[in-house]
Design a protein. Structure first.
Ligand code: BT5
Length: 309
């Protein structure tokens, strides 16, 4: 949001405040105040004007201005009712030179999973991509997938749903997939240029709207419809806080939220299948699996939890 518009909104939220008083305080003309008020109304903010000035009577449910308003993290939000893929769009935003931007859509027509898989993204879900430019080497990128997993799991738990993390990128409830993460990046040998972390969270959707080729669930099915603005803001605040913290903070939080550690797992890796017991996660995000032939450190793959042998 335009910084002055943000200040006008903040003043009205603390209102009632008169137009002339605001103009004086923000050092802008009364006409400019009026223009900002009208623009805010167009964006869905309910602003009442009475003899004692403007008051804020309501905020929009969802969308860019709704998500930026009251957000405790310095992200700009770009919102689309419909888009092919927020990850695609975030990559474009990165190419335009921006950072610390979140692309959010109500619906995706070309949502993507890992390895060219499709991600079903009907209207009512939470489909977003976080663009950041951390000053770290590319080898550190996997920690951002863990950050996204922890942030998503915490935001979901705050809505009363006991979600757990399955390495590397699933958020699940009772073994059913509630959310997935797709991390993409561009970098040189020693430094990440940009990182796009895509999060797909089945929010206000029916399970029947999902493909059904593997067990899946939605927040609607688990707890009823949620206020997506609250969920997204919690998620982004957690994401930002963890991104500013040492990686160990994220790893510790991840260990508390995962149900992969301690499981017998089968992991499909680019270099073959590994079966054994998952015993820990190591920086920046590799899974340690104890196999009959010794301990393996796995950086990428599809992981399946097996029943005890
Ligand atoms: C993922 O891939 O789990 C990553 C999903 C990331 C989606 C977000 S939405 C915002 C951003 N923009 C994008 O275009 N993508 C990101 P993977 O682990 O490969 O899982 C994909 C598999 O999950 C599919 O092959 C289906 O079996 C299943 N699936 C598809 N849509 C699903 C859904 N909505 N809920 C649960 N499972 C789904």
């Amino acid at each position: 949001m335009h910084p002055t518009r943000e200040q006008v909104l903040a003043a009205i939220a603390d209102g009632p405040v008169g137009g002339p008083a605001m103009a004086a305080r923000l050092d802008i003309s009364r006409a400019a105040v009026w223009n900002h008020v009208e623009a805010l109304r167009k964006n869905g903010f309910e602003i009442e004007s009475a003899a004692d000035g403007y008051t804020l009577a309501g905020i929009p449910d969802y969308g860019g201005p709704a998500l930026e308003y009251g957000l405790d993290a310095p992200f700009e939000v770009e919102y689309h009712d419909e888009i092919a893929s927020t990850n695609e769009r975030a990559r474009e935003v990165a190419a335009e030179g921006h950072s610390d931007t979140v692309v959010v859509a109500d619906k995706q027509t070309g949502g993507r999973g890992r390895l060219d898989r499709k991600w079903a993204s009907p209207s009512g879900g939470i489909w977003l991509s976080v663009l950041v430019r951390p000053n770290v080497p590319p080898a550190q990128a996997p920690v951002y997938t863990l950050i996204a997993a922890v942030a998503t799991a915490r935001a979901v738990r705050a809505s009363g749903v006991e979600a757990t993390i399955k390495w590397p990128n699933d958020i699940r409830v009772d073994g059913k997939k509630l959310a997935g993460i797709l991390t993409e990046m561009e970098g040189e040998a020693d430094r990440i240029s940009w990182l796009v972390v895509g999060i797909g969270l089945n929010a206000n959707l029916d399970v029947e709207q999902l493909p059904g080729d593997q067990p899946a669930t939605t927040l609607r099915a688990e707890t009823g419809d949620v206020d997506r603005r609250t969920v997204v803001q919690r998620l982004l605040t957690e994401f930002w806080t963890l991104a500013q913290s040492p990686p160990e903070t994220t790893l510790d939080a991840w260990r508390e939220l995962t149900d992969t550690i301690g499981q017998r797992v089968r992991v499909d890796t680019p270099t073959g299948e590994v079966v054994g017991e998952a015993v820990d996660i190591t920086p920046p995000g590799a899974l340690l699996v104890e196999t009959d032939d010794g301990t393996r450190e796995i950086t990428a793959g599809d992981c399946e939890h097996l029943r005890p042998a």
